[in-house]
Design a protein around this ligand. Structure first.
Ligand code: SDX
Length: 430
């Protein structure tokens, strides 16, 4: 992939030639991996200028608002595909034919149940635990149960682990919600599709009949699809780093869940609803925008801004449309949060600060409004993000483990601590 080179001139060293690598899309990269041989390191906190790996899974163009999964635009997939089909596409690189899709869906369906002993794990958590804490713990504990899919160098084991994780996340997530209510766990029902099954496990009660609402299930499936993968974001990079040490897939996904939890990342959807609820009324929007612009105020407009998208987030556009459709279908025309969000977006996008800093609504800005309209509690929003992103995490994990470039991730640092000094015995310290 190298067809040209850059030359680094460093005081006291001969000029260093660095290969320039060209991908199939996106910016060229300068391969600096050989710099260590010259006892030189690059410095890039937050990795704003660093490509950590090569990948064929997802492509993002932040300026043009492009998001491709294995070459297919996200808006096309959202309109014409469904979540499990996108899972197959991400994992295998191609859209499935009818037989492949039916097999994949059947395989997922037959891994939705959890080992019965895992149910007792939940009793160790306080009833008011944040469901992300439960998800982190229970997913990590899966490695204690599934010894037959932990040989990470075996592609068949990696594939089985991927199926198990995609299939079981909704079951674990719904169990965390039921546990918080003190209601009985609901087993998966294989006659339902993926989104219907999740909603069934979340909301059905033994004492009541349960009929899936196709509009809500379709919106849920679209939300899963829009969150499936997103290149080398913080949680995916966490999964890759954990996986590079040879850790088992369940431990790696548990690490990804932990990283996603932060409000700057996957926790933003919950933070958006909390922010909109705090703003409360259109008349208070300007004071919150002023706070978001105030360097002395740590407040940020949640759901706005993105490390890569310096134009619109294509997922936010689809999510906004889905918002309209769900409000229409559920006859919630005057949803105050949705109206407030639309007004906030309109005002923010006219504000010079947001225009200059290229801060647009991201995927999290509208998703929470749909989830709330569906009846999902706010503290479950990031859990749903984690469920949907599991396929992205495990696909990147699998790509990395299948790569001949695989090395343990071990960044260096710029040391700014004290110089070496003599030890002072306790009695001599003042
Ligand atoms: C996700 O990486 C991914 O792909 C993530 C994700 C995925 O699918 O995996 O897309 C999902 O995490 C979406 C982002 C959800 N987070 C939020 O909505 C939280 C609010 N957004 C910000 O925290 C922020 O925009 C980030 C974290 C998303 C991006 O941060 P960056 O790239 O590090 O940018 P920055 O913090 O350096 O901000 C640049 C400037 C700063 O001002 P200056 O210091 O240059 O004067 O823009 C300002 C920031 O203060 N800014 C904001 C802002 N976001 C950035 N000001 C007000 N409100 C905001 N939301």
């Amino acid at each position: 992939m190298a067809n040209d080179s850059a030359e680094l001139r460093f005081p006291g060293k001969d000029p260093i030639s660095l290969p320039i690598l060209e991908g199939t899309l996106g910016p060229q990269v300068i391969d600096v991996s050989d710099l260590a041989r010259h006892d030189l390191f690059t410095f890039d906190p937050g990795f704003q200028s660093t490509a950590a790996c090569s990948s064929k899974i997802t492509f993002i163009d932040g300026d043009k608002g492009i998001l491709l999964h294995r070459g297919y635009p996200i808006a096309t997939l959202a309109e014409r595909s469904d979540y499990l089909e996108v899972c197959y596409l991400l994992l295998n690189g191609e859209l499935p034919n009818k037989v492949q899709k039916d097999d994949f869906v059947s395989n997922i369906r037959h891994h939705t149940m959890l080992h019965e002993q895992l149910s007792s794990f939940f009793n160790g958590f306080p009833r008011n635990s944040h469901p992300m804490a439960i998800l982190c713990g229970v997913v990590g504990a899966l490695s204690a149960f599934y010894h037959d899919s932990l040989e990470i160098k075996n592609p068949a084991h990696r594939e089985l682990a991927a199926l198990r994780l995609i299939a079981k996340m909704p079951t674990i997530a719904a169990m965390a919600y039921k546990y918080s209510l003190g209601q009985p766990f609901v087993y998966p029902k294989n006659s339902l599709n993926y989104a219907e099954n999740f909603l069934h496990m979340m909301f059905s009660l033994p004492a009541e009949p349960d009929t899936p609402n196709p509009v809500i299930a379709a919106a849920m499936d679209k939300i899963f699809l829009l969150h499936a993968d997103h290149e080398q974001n913080a949680s995916t990079s966490t999964v890759r780093l954990a996986g590079s040490s040879g850790a088992n897939p369940f431990a790696c996904i548990s690490a990804g869940i932990a990283a996603l939890w932060g409000p700057a990342h996957g926790g933003a959807n919950e933070a958006v609803i909390n922010m909109l609820t705090e703003i409360g009324d259109v008349s208070r929007i300007s004071q919150y925008i002023a706070r978001a612009k105030d360097k002395n105020d740590s407040f940020r407009l949640m759901g706005f801004g993105h490390r890569v998208y310096k134009n619109f987030d294509p997922r936010a556009k689809v999510m906004r449309q889905t918002c309209h459709e769900v409000m229409e279908a559920l006859q919630i025309h005057d949803n105050p949060l949705f109206k407030l969000a639309l007004k906030l977006e309109e005002i923010a996008l006219q504000d010079p600060y947001f225009i200059e800093k290229k801060l647009y609504p991201n995927v999290d800005f509208y998703s929470g409004i749909i989830l709330k309209a569906i009846g999902i509690p706010t503290n479950m929003f990031t859990v749903i993000f984690a469920m949907a992103r599991t396929v992205g995490w495990i696909t990147h994990w699998n790509e990395m483990l299948g790569s001949p470039e695989l090395k343990i991730g071990r960044p260096r640092q710029l040391y700014t601590g004290t110089l070496e000094r003599a030890f002072v015995p306790l009695e001599q310290r003042n």
